[in-house]
Design a protein around this ligand. Structure first.
Ligand code: IPE
Ligand code: IPE
Ligand code: MG
Length: 241
């Protein structure tokens, strides 16, 4: 036992986090919604520090969904700039901590070109690291990821590189955004909402889910440790008895 009751021998191979509740956090303080997003940055980086402290290898955070384009244009524009600035501020820090940053999601329009450039720069800067892989799900949707994988399967089959009769779980897994990433063992959602909102549908097929009422800007490494402790208390069966 090291950190707050966490058994270091039974860590989740991959933790996913739905960072929810920024708007409500701001509303409770009489602030505009965007102030909640701003406050979420500290929560994210404390969680990354906690993941490093624990020795987690994969952490995926949901930053912007394919559905979030339906928000008011001012909030969408804010989030585009905010995520770019966040990378500008944090890339060197993540690099020094040996964190590999990867973005999962669709990178084409309407994602601003200057954000995609920053994403590519940060991925290249940190590509050699393996201590922790931080995957940022941005313009990400679980259904979009599966559609993109299905499209690649169809393209490969039409080109004669893949026998359609031999398509199986592995052929689809191999065409996900990050095929090397292990399945999500632990999925955390903040803010009391109990739904997936189109996050990692394939990868989290057998995840243990921990819901917490804490709003995202109030989340920190201690909350992460508590979720891992809860994960380690669960009996996982994977269909067996
Ligand atoms: C999560 O917080 C951040 C994003 C979806 C970008 P919300 O903005 O969804 O906050 P609530 O759910 O409205 O409180
Ligand atoms: C999910 O949160 C997406 C992110 C955290 C980026 P939302 O706040 O968008 O989800 P819904 O709309 O409540 O399902
Ligand atoms: Mg929300």
């Amino acid at each position: 036992m090291t950190v707050d009751g966490v058994d270091p021998g039974r860590l989740p191979a991959h933790v996913g986090v739905i960072m929810d509740g920024n708007g409500r956090w701001a509303g409770e303080r009489g602030l505009p919604r965007n102030a909640g997003h701003t406050a979420g940055e500290a929560a994210l980086f404390d969680t990354v520090e906690g993941a490093l402290e624990l020795g987690l290898r994969y952490l995926t955070v949901y930053a912007f969904s394919t559905e979030n384009w339906k928000r008011p244009p001012t909030e969408v524009a804010f989030l585009m700039n905010f995520n770019r600035d966040l990378l500008l501020r944090r890339a060197d820090d993540l690099d020094e901590r040996q964190v590999r940053v990867r973005f999962i999601g669709r990178r084409g329009r309407p994602v601003p070109r200057r954000l995609v450039e920053m994403i590519e720069r940060t991925e290249a800067q940190t590509a050699r690291h393996r201590r922790l892989t931080l995957q940022v799900a941005f313009n990400y949707g679980g259904r979009a990821e599966l559609v993109d994988a299905a499209r690649r399967i169809a393209v490969d089959a039409a080109a004669g590189r893949l026998d359609p009769r031999k398509v199986n779980t592995r052929s689809l897994q191999a065409r996900l955004y990050e095929p090397e990433a292990p399945d999500v063992d632990l999925l955390i959602r903040t803010s009391g909402e109990q739904r997936l909102s189109n996050f990692l549908l394939w990868e989290a097929a057998y995840a243990e889910i921990v819901f917490t009422d804490v709003l995202w800007p109030d989340f920190d490494r201690r909350e992460l440790f508590a979720a891992v402790v809860e994960f380690q208390r669960r009996a996982r069966r994977f269909g067996r008895v």
